[in-house]
Design a protein around this ligand. Sequence first.
Ligand SMILES: NC(=O)c1ccc[n+]([C@@H]2O[C@H](COP(=O)([O-])OP(=O)(O)OC[C@H]3O[C@@H](n4cnc5c(N)ncnc54)[C@H](O)[C@@H]3O)[C@@H](O)[C@H]2O)c1
Length: 310
Amino acid sequence: MRCVVTGAAGFIGSHLCERLLADGHTVTGIDCFTDYYARSIKERNLAAFRAHPKFTFRELDLSAGVPAEAVAGAEHVFHLAAMAGLTRSFTDFDTYNRHNLTATHRLLEALKGSPALKRVVYASTSSVYGRYASGDEALPTRPSSPYGITKLAAEQLCRVYGDEFGVPCVVLRYFSVYGPRQRPEMGYHLFINAILQGKPIKLTGDGLQVRGNTYVADCVEATIRAAQATPGETFNLGGGELVTVLEVFKRLERIIGKPALIERHPPRPGDQLATGADVSKLARHLGWKPTTSLDEGLAKQVEWQKEIAR
Ligand SMILES: NC(=O)c1ccc[n+]([C@@H]2O[C@H](COP(=O)([O-])OP(=O)(O)OC[C@H]3O[C@@H](n4cnc5c(N)ncnc54)[C@H](O)[C@@H]3O)[C@@H](O)[C@H]2O)c1
């Protein structure tokens, strides 16, 4: 396959590029290194495959327009570029709007009418459901943050470009992804660092929030399979094992062999109370199911965080 991966220097995008290259595909990675977290971390993500002979990197901000040659000949486009994270989206709305919505528009415009194009896989989020994101794709979409609103609006743009111009889009709604290279502000990353360093974990809310997190390699496998899905389809993509945040602390204490010191804080605006994907549609259509247990995935992330701290 001739692939384009947007957000290639990010957490999930870098794993996706690596896996596509390992499978023998040709990959153009696009990223503009937003300042959401440090460029050096994204450069480190890229380093693992940047010199691969079938990989080309383009530093490009999609929201400023997508030159035709950047996507020329692409058969499969995996659109992962976005500003992630809920909290900042309340105060930095224009940036979220630009990177999540305008960027998607510019990409779809560039892809419109491309004869080579077979699929566009758009990485959406459980945040389109809002506070209670437990169930299948029929759950009502009621985002509880501007982040969720911009991601839902971008899903709708994909639908419109499918209906009006035949751009063959498939939407995947990711439910919190974890594993090596996880973004530095994400929960598991912060919990692991705090326990490793003997520092308190800032727990927002009562810790009884339920999460069904997805290991990054399982997420990548489903993303690649989605390139075979029927255009116009939307799928939930989650990890299967449902645990409370307090249970995650217990698992991490066991894996790391050190206690979790907890410092309680009030819930943040927009926080999701429960996320758990019913992934039976993904299993039915694409034969996918998660294969990494939470203990296994957490152990891999702990090892990686120890490694980068050395
Ligand atoms: N990580 C999760 O748990 C999770 C959950 C749900 C959905 N998602 C979605 O998955 C995708 C990847 O998330 P991630 O955790 O890897 O985030 P990330 O921030 O690590 O990666 C996103 C990358 O996109 C790049 N980018 C942003 N705007 C761009 C633009 N206009 N042009 C070019 N590049 C741009 C950033 O520089 C970054 O490297 C995002 O679309 C996100 O909304 C992630």
